[in-house]
Design a protein around this ligand. Structure first.
Ligand SMILES: [Fe+2]
Length: 311
């Protein structure tokens, strides 16, 4: 049997996040300040990319080609997942067509909606090479950087979109989650019964690439998260956004589930965006962890008593 017939169908990563907004220019400036690279722009569509070639796409709020929004106002309208090869995409589309309409556009990207109504796309992944090299670190007993200081970080540029968090209504949450597990072969890593389910796509090792967060009554965008090279870049990237006039949504901290260092900003495209570093990497031996009680949101957040003194 040819190898291809045995190989698993694999979703590797988030390929594209599509937002529909009422002010494309402001949202484009937001993501440029965040460190994404402008790619293409027209009156109707602006695209910006991560260093590994994933795209944030900004479209007009009244774009007729997008699925209906799940919430009013600026929001995410579609998450396109990158699969390993065309055969995988075809197999996933064939299965999805059992119970929903799937269209394939002129670029070969398949489009449908998930159980909540969020646009869901599938494309063959097109990663670009990025240098993830971080600086060597020094610690007592573990010296890795000799005779060398640190270079200043220029502009922080996210390596990749590492996860998306979407709010889903509490009613029907099992069906919404099972869709990703059963039809798209995601793995549940942490089920926080009172909050939401963290899931990993088949071809990645981050503790989560997708979080479906249940809310009492409504769906919507929660946040998109972008991995940078290290802890310093989470801080410097955040400073870069503050200097550009954007509003921080949380203090710098480190999550409990996933362990990533985070810094969040309110996004004019809807929801928030997150700089992230040092997330847990997990494989099949991690299993599925069920949390009856919700773990604390963070292990720590930055505290200071200097603000008053500095005013
Ligand atoms: Fe996150």
């Amino acid at each position: 049997m040819p190898v291809e017939e045995c190989a698993p169908v694999t979703i590797l990563r988030i390929e594209r996040a599509v937002y529909a907004v009422d002010d494309i220019a402001t949202c484009a400036r937001f993501f440029e300040d965040f460190g994404l690279l402008p790619s293409t722009a027209s009156d109707r569509v602006v695209e910006l990319t991560t260093l590994t070639g994933q795209v944030v796409e900004l479209r007009p709020i009244d774009d007729p080609d997008l699925p209906a929004p799940v919430e009013p106002g600026n929001t995410i309208r579609e998450v396109v997942w990158g699969v390993d090869r065309q055969e995988s995409l075809d197999a996933l589309v064939e299965d999805l067509r059992r119970d929903r309409t799937v269209t394939v556009d002129q670029n070969g990207v398949a489009h449908t909606v998930d159980e909540t109504g969020f646009g869901l796309g599938l494309a063959v992944a097109a990663p670009t090479e990025a240098d993830p090299t971080s600086f060597a670190t020094n610690a007592y007993g573990n010296v890795q950087r000799w005779n060398k200081g640190l270079d200043p970080t220029a502009t922080v540029r996210p390596l990749r979109i590492c996860h998306v968090a979407l709010n889903i209504p509490k009613d029907g949450r099992e069906k919404a989650i099972d869709f990703y597990l059963d039809r798209l072969h995601f793995r549940a890593t942490d089920r926080v019964l009172k909050m939401g389910t963290f899931m990993q796509c088949e071809g990645d090792d981050d503790q989560h690439n997708l979080l479906l967060c249940h809310r009492p009554d409504r769906a919507g965008v929660n946040h998109t998260s972008y991995e940078v090279r290290n802890f310093d870049e989470v801080i410097v990237g955040g400073n870069q956004m503050i200097a550009a006039g954007w509003q921080e949504a949380r203090r710098l901290g480190r999550h409990t589930v996933g362990s990533n260092v985070f810094r969040f900003f309110h996004a004019p495209c809807g929801g928030r965006v997150e700089y992230a570093a040092d997330m847990d990497r997990v494989d099949a031996s991690y299993g599925e962890r069920v949390h009856e009680e919700t773990p604390p949101h963070h292990l720590w957040t930055l505290r200071s008593n200097r603000e008053k003194a500095e005013q």
